[in-house]
Structures are given as C-alpha cells and as structure tokens.
Design a protein. Structure first.
Length: 283
C-alpha cells in the first residue's frame, strides 16, 4: 500500500488540476455592502439582489474576496485546499453559527497570486479560512459552494494608496475566470447606529451626504478623492471612523479599466449609520 503522504500528494495534485484556470473573457468586479451577519440567513432585498447579480454575470472559475474582517500585519492569501467557515461575531441566534459554507480553496491560484504580485510580499496562509465578510454574501451568489474561494487580507499598517495600487496587480486574474469581490460597507459607523431602526432604510444627514458624494466620485471616476477620503471633511470622517470596511472598495476601483461601465445596486442606508450600496464594474 502506498504511504499516506504519497496518497495525499496525489490527491492535492488532482485537486489542483481540477481547479486549474483557463482563459476567459474579462470578468466583472464587485463591491458588496455586506451589512449585518444576519443577511446570511435572512430573506430581504439585499440578498435577492446578490442572487440577481450572480445570474447576470459569467459563472466564475474561482473567487478572490477582500473582506473587511481579515486584517493582518502584511498581505496574506488563503492557500488551503478546504478553508473553514469562520463565525467571527457574537450575540446572534444559534442558526447563524450553524451555517457552513464548504467551498474549496485553490492552492495553485494562491501561489500564482503570490508569484505575480510584486507590489507586496504576499504570504500564503494556511490558518484563516472564510470569514463572514466573505461567506455571508458569497453563499447567496453561489449557494452550491462548488466554486473555489480565496481571501486576500488587508494590511492594517498600510494607507489607502497602497491598497488601491496593490489591487491593480490582480488585474490579470479577471481574464482567467476569477471574480474579485470587495466586501465591506462604504458608510460604516457602528458607534452611531440607531439600533431601534436597525431594519429601516434610514440614514443620518452626515451618512447621506457622505454616501452621495462617494457615489458621485465612483460614477465619475474620481478615485483620488476616495483614496484621500480622510481629506473630504466631517461627513467622511463620521462615515469612515476606521478604514477596514471602506478599503475593499478601493481594491475594486483599482481594477477598473478605461471604458468600463460602473453600476450601483442595493443603494440604501440602514440604521442611520450604515449603507448597503454595492458596485459592479464590467466591460
């Protein structure tokens, strides 16, 4: 009988062959406002629109997600064959903790990302998995969990320009069937959330002001204003008290190429201090 290590190596080789990417037409790029983890198990207008978007775009060969909920010292990409489902939250119903999203990983794609990104020393990660910023939205797009999913971390030591420029080195993946997703929220201030109006389409004046200006910058291609969000005044300061939910948007905008169309969906505020506005960029 062959040694276990030999069998494992053959299985890994077969899995990598199964997940080998082939050239495709250019995939779109998505920024998804993920909102509350409860969106993973609730039926509402947001998850319906996630499903709708999935039906409008080509089926990807793999997914690379930049989630607000994986911050690291350095840049990492998940490289395990079977990422775990991480329940990185508390105080929610037991049904939410029971959710599993058993999508495979793609170690060979992770290695390709490491080899081809020169702007940063990308490191391979074997410990993280899929946090709720990823699985709570991807499960609505692809409920069968049959598409490999990887995550790229946010280096919390770096400024917004770094993240924007790093994303541009991922552009070749779009021609290999990889759907790149940024998952966060443009306006995200939990300290000012109106918990009594958690399920209402309601925004404070500063949240509406910031959101409208953000949308204008996105639609007009004024990326510099968004990269320099900390210079945009009080409304932006309140909308982005910390950058982790905003930075995934910059990864998506950094991948926009000349002449590509930009569309918005789920464009509503909730609970006063959050917005669910999502973005699609496509050729």
């Amino acid at each position: 009988m062959a040694p276990f290590s030999s069998i494992a190596m053959k299985l890994n080789t077969l899995q990598n062959i199964a997940h080998q990417l082939t050239p495709t037409s250019k995939m779109p790029v998505l920024f998804l406002g993920h909102g509350s983890p409860m969106n993973a198990i609730e039926e509402n207008q947001f998850v319906k629109e996630f499903r709708n978007i999935a039906h409008k775009i080509p089926v990807p060969q793999a997914i690379l997600c930049v989630s607000a909920h994986w911050e690291t010292a350095g840049t990492f990409v998940t490289a395990m064959a079977q990422p775990r489902t991480i329940h990185d939250f508390g105080g929610f119903p037991p049904q939410l903790f029971e959710v599993q999203y058993p999508a495979p990983g793609n170690p060979s794609l992770a290695k390709e990302i490491q080899d081809n990104v020169h702007y940063s020393n990308v490191q391979l990660d074997q410990d993280w998995g899929l946090d709720h910023g990823t699985w709570s939205v991807v499960k609505h797009l692809y409920p069968l969990a049959n598409i490999p999913v990887l995550q790229l971390s946010l280096d919390f030591r770096k400024g917004p320009q770094y993240h924007y420029e790093l994303s541009q080195e991922l552009s070749s993946l779009r021609n290999k069937g990889v759907l790149i997703i940024g998952s966060g929220n443009m306006v995200h201030n939990l300290g000012k959330v109106s918990w009594k109006r958690l399920n209402e389409h309601f925004g404070f004046d500063w949240a509406i002001e910031a959101q409208e200006r953000m949308k204008s910058y996105i639609l007009e291609g004024h990326h510099d204003a968004l990269i320099n969000y900390d210079k945009q005044g009080l409304a932006f300061q309140l909308a982005i008290p910390s950058p982790e939910h905003f930075l995934p948007l910059l990864y998506v905008l950094g991948l926009q190429e000349k002449g590509e169309r930009v569309g918005l969906f789920n464009d509503v505020p909730v609970a006063g201090a959050l917005t669910m506005t999502s973005v699609i960029i496509e050729s």
